[in-house]
Design a protein around this ligand. Structure first.
Ligand SMILES: Cc1cc2nc3c(=O)[nH]c(=O)nc-3n(C[C@H](O)[C@H](O)[C@H](O)COP(=O)(O)OP(=O)(O)OC[C@H]3O[C@@H](n4cnc5c(N)ncnc54)[C@H](O)[C@@H]3O)c2cc1C
Ligand SMILES: *[C@@H]1O[C@H](CO)[C@@H](O)[C@H](O)[C@H]1NC(C)=O
Ligand SMILES: *[C@@H]1O[C@H](CO)[C@@H](O)[C@H](O)[C@H]1NC(C)=O
Ligand SMILES: *[C@@H]1O[C@H](CO)[C@@H](O)[C@H](O)[C@H]1NC(C)=O
Ligand SMILES: *[C@@H]1O[C@H](CO)[C@@H](O)[C@H](O)[C@H]1NC(C)=O
Ligand SMILES: *[C@@H]1O[C@H](CO)[C@@H](O)[C@H](O)[C@H]1NC(C)=O
Ligand SMILES: *[C@@H]1O[C@H](CO)[C@@H](O)[C@H](O)[C@H]1NC(C)=O
Ligand SMILES: *[C@@H]1O[C@H](CO)[C@@H](O)[C@H](O)[C@H]1NC(C)=O
Length: 768
């Protein structure tokens, strides 16, 4: 196979490359633009007619030592979807072909291009092939036309083999993967000559080649290098933040590389993990809303980040591939100055509008428009009706969050999980100037003081030491989530000294740190928050607990499964929540805090000494949201596992008092709803005791924010442009920059934030 490791990256020039330039073939007097790669001594050259003539051809050559059993070049710079020229000597003749492939398999004959041999030489020490390639600058691919970038910098790729092809007489012979390959930078805009000169050479003529620029000496390197492709923007992570960023940057015409450590999730994005009952469909565990609760009960939960000790999704979509998908348009308070945002962020409406246009919320996700398994909503509404709550469509009035309830709203489309994966990702991935690399972990950014030069990944086939460079004005956007973004920063020498010292002591990560004089001290990991949440479990005779979701993977109710497979309608089109509510509460510190409730069939655990009917259980989770004053700290341990260092729940006792009061208020009318019984805590445990003895890990809502807060220099990690203080070109757009906890489950707010954040990054001068 040719250029196997070059993968599908797109070329653009960067400082990290050995650079080609003009040279004159002294045997022919033709001035080529190309490169003699030092490892094997093979020269690759090109010369084009005038740009304005808009012809679709060039003259090229390969000069190789006889040890080269075959050699090839991709003027575009990638193996997939690219014009590939391959040649080898046979019996004093050159055998050559144009090849093409859409997979990492043997490239096969490419139709369209027309090759003409102009000069061929095979002698004792070398072989040489000079050719004309017509219909060769632009070709069509599955995703539209592709061209050699003849008016700008390019990064051609070369391939070399010391092993002969299987049948050297056959131009279409199969051959093994190259034994070496690499890239070089080439300014194609200079690689043009006059029409008269070109026509002479293209018809076999020689002479007349004159230097049009000072000859460039290629910097020879002692060892063959794997030179990576540089990008305008490298986006790290594909969660709620990263996918919005990737889409908008590529839409703006930037060359974007998106790196994701996990693999596919939704079926539409290549995922395949599904229960037996979905076999024959393209629906996966991640697609089907009704399988949400099974995320927590699986023998091989490959989607969790194994090196983060709270739940975090390490898969395409991040948290949005595995979450409950409760989806709220942000109220103004989510971006208010009072909640820690710079003033320039307060008008979120244009960005929230962009989000709504791409991903409208639904509170009736089933494709038939009906709602299913709604007993829990009815019972909870009956309770709240006693307390003067208003029944509203929550996302119609995002700012009304006091004494309101409504049906749970989701980021589902057509009865399936959608979120940013079925929307932003789908448009981004189709753009030729965006490259997506999955199963690639970013370890750290590579920097020279405040200037970020690229990222270091765990994949050394992508570049020397795994490093992928930026173009000269390029930028990195970290979107690895509230835990993993801080870890990347620590590993890059950015953050509190105690965290960087942990990295320094790590045998693998330590050596990649910049010198201590370049460490950037920022409060990364400080001031994090997450909603403290408490579950209340009830029974009501009307409630169908749906077997507590325990059967949905292996033995779903047949009619529900059949209905869902048929047209994505029915119970499986909902995640477990059925109703949500909010209220505002005063505290003795004079501050207002909001309480959110989420009601669903089933329960994570029940603790009571009384008998109860397990078929009738339901849970109301009470969360404290906007206004909480408790903060914690996250960081890494000696194994570099990301974890809470100071748990963020109830560090301020007023938060706990307010939540206890909210629970008591909610329960006042339980006795007024016939049949409703609180079973956890039951009547042998007071609410105070229940909350006071609640296991702290159980308070976790997985809504972490604030580990890289936006705000003022000195107290925050990123500025109002989302740029990391002390750096020139490092940005963060994920949950970590949100300074205080949003009103609702956060992925809607994070995506609206990302719309605004990426607009600010694009607007900030100095970028590519
Ligand atoms: C179990 C659970 C349930 C939830 N339920 C809801 C809900 O119902 N509604 C709601 O709004 N929110 C919910 N959330 C929260 C929500 O999903 C997150 O707040 C949101 O996904 C965070 O977005 P993010 O972009 O900051 O990061 P993430 O979504 O976590 O994305 C980070 C991405 O970066 C990748 N990554 C990490 N490190 C690296 C690296 N070093 N190199 C390359 N890639 C990397 C990850 O694989 C991931 O794709 C839930 C979360 C969990 C865990
Ligand atoms: C063999 O061919 C190469 C490439 O054309 C040339 O540089 C070299 O001088 C030739 N050697 C001989 C002995 O002719
Ligand atoms: C990138 O893609 C966008 C949208 O498809 C297109 O308008 C733009 O010209 C492309 N830019 C480059 C440099 O390829
Ligand atoms: C809430 O309002 C909706 C829409 O008007 C209505 O269909 C539903 O029955 C109401 N629910 C309750 C519990 O009153
Ligand atoms: C990089 O990390 C990802 C995620 O852990 C893994 O799937 C992949 O195999 C790793 N790549 C290499 C080359 O080790
Ligand atoms: C438990 O609830 C189910 C479903 O409502 C009902 O069919 C069953 O009779 C109940 N069992 C008892 C013992 O009440
Ligand atoms: C407590 O609840 C149980 C079960 O619901 C009930 O039998 C009992 O009478 C209750 N006790 C008090 C003191 O209310
Ligand atoms: C963290 O919180 C403290 C006090 O609560 C505050 O002084 C500081 O500015 C905050 N830092 C950040 C990064 O928000």
């Amino acid at each position: 196979m040719l250029l196997r490791v070059a993968l599908s990256v797109l070329p653009l020039i960067g400082t990290a490359f050995a650079q080609g330039g003009q040279y004159i073939d002294d045997e022919l007097g033709i001035s080529f633009f190309g490169y003699k790669e030092p490892a094997h001594g093979v020269t690759y050259g090109f010369v084009f007619p005038p740009l304005e003539d808009n012809t679709d051809e060039f003259v090229g050559e390969i000069i190789a030592p006889i040890e080269a059993k075959w050699a090839g070049v991709s003027p575009f710079g990638s193996m997939l979807h690219s014009l590939l020229l391959v040649a080898w000597p046979n019996d004093n003749r050159i055998v050559r072909s144009v090849r093409y492939t859409t997979t990492y398999a043997q490239p096969t004959a490419m139709s369209g291009p027309v090759l003409t041999d102009l000069h061929t030489i095979v002698n004792a020490t070398h072989w040489k092939w000079v050719y004309r390639c017509q219909n060769c600058v632009t070709w069509s691919t599955e995703s539209g036309p592709k061209s050699i970038p003849i008016s700008e910098f390019g990064v051609p790729a070369w391939a070399y083999s010391s092993v002969g092809v299987n049948d050297p007489t056959d131009p279409q012979s199969t051959f093994n993967e190259h034994t070496d390959f690499g890239f070089f930078g080439l300014d194609y805009s200079l690689a043009h000559v006059s029409a008269a000169q070109y026509v002479l050479w293209a018809n076999g003529g020689t002479g007349g080649g004159t230097p049009t620029q000072p000859p460039t000496t290629t910097a020879p390197t002692a060892t063959p290098t794997v030179s990576a492709i540089p990008y305008d923007y490298i986006v790290v992570g594909t969660g709620a933040g990263g996918l919005v960023v990737a889409d908008r940057l590529s839409e703006a015409g930037k060359k974007v590389l998106v790196l994701e450590r996990g693999g596919p999730s939704l079926g539409s994005a290549g995922g395949t993990y599904q229960p037996a009952w979905l076999q024959g469909t393209s629906l996966t565990k991640f697609d089907v809303p009704g399988l949400f609760e099974t995320m927590f009960q699986d023998s091989n939960p490959f989607w969790w980040c194994k090196d983060v000790n709270v739940f975090a999704g390490c898969i395409l979509g991040g948290g949005t591939a595995i979450n409950g998908a409760l989806y709220w348009y942000p109220p103004d308070s989510d971006f208010s100055v009072a909640n820690g945002w710079p003033k320039s962020w307060a008008n979120h409406h244009p960005y929230t509008a962009k989000l709504k246009a791409r991903l409208p919320a639904t509170d009736h996700p089933s494709t038939d428009g009906k709602r299913y398994l709604m007993q829990v909503a009815d019972v909870t509404a009956a309770l709240l009706n006693k307390q003067n709550y208003a029944n509203i469509t929550i996302n119609d009035v995002p700012d009304w969050k006091d004494h309101v309830y409504g049906y749970s709203a989701f980021s589902f489309i057509d009865g399936k999980r959608a979120g940013p994966i079925a929307t932003y990702y789908q448009t981004a991935i189709k753009r030729p100037n965006l490259t997506y690399k999955q199963y690639t972990t970013v370890l750290n950014v590579v920097r020279d003081g405040g200037k970020i030069l690229g990222v270091r990944t765990n994949d050394t086939s992508l570049g020397p030491d795994g490093v992928i460079p930026l173009t000269p004005k390029g930028r990195v956007v970290l979107a690895a989530g509230a835990y993993s973004t801080p870890r990347i920063l620590f590993r890059s020498g950015i953050g509190p000294t105690d965290m960087i010292n942990i990295v320094k002591n790590d045998p693998a990560a330590g050596p990649a740190l910049p010198p201590e004089s370049q460490w950037i001290n920022l409060p990364v990991g400080d001031n994090v928050s997450d909603n403290p949440s408490i579950n209340l479990v009830f029974t009501h005779p009307s409630v169908d607990a749906y077997d507590n979701w325990a059967q949905v993977w292996t033995a779903p109710r047949p009619s529900d499964a059949a209905q869902y497979i048929k047209d994505q309608s029915g119970i499986f089109a909902h995640a477990s929540p059925r109703l949500n509510f909010w209220r505002a509460m005063g505290g003795r510190d004079g501050k207002t805090r909001w309480l959110q409730g989420t009601a669903r069939p089933g329960a994570a655990s029940v603790t009571t000494s009384y008998p109860y009917n397990v078929s009738n259980i339901m849970t109301i989770t009470t969360y404290l949201s906007t206004g909480i004053t408790s903060r914690g700290r996250i960081g890494i341990d000696a194994a570099l596992t990301a974890r809470p260092l100071v748990e963020p729940w109830f560090t301020d006792p007023v938060d706990k008092e307010v939540l206890i009061q909210g629970i008591k208020d909610l329960l006042v009318n339980v006795k007024d709803v016939p049949g409703l019984t609180l079973i956890t805590p039951d009547n042998t445990t007071t609410i105070d005791d229940y909350v006071n003895s609640y296991p702290t890990g159980g308070l976790n809502s997985n809504h972490w924010v604030g580990s890289c807060s936006i705000g003022a220099k000195g107290s925050a990690v990123v500025d109002e442009w989302t740029k990391v203080y002390g750096t020139d070109n490092l940005f963060i757009i994920d949950a970590s920059i949100i300074p205080t906890i949003p009103m609702g489950n956060p992925h809607g707010t994070i995506m609206a934030m990302a719309e605004q954040g990426v607009a600010k990054v694009l607007a900030l001068s100095g970028g590519p």
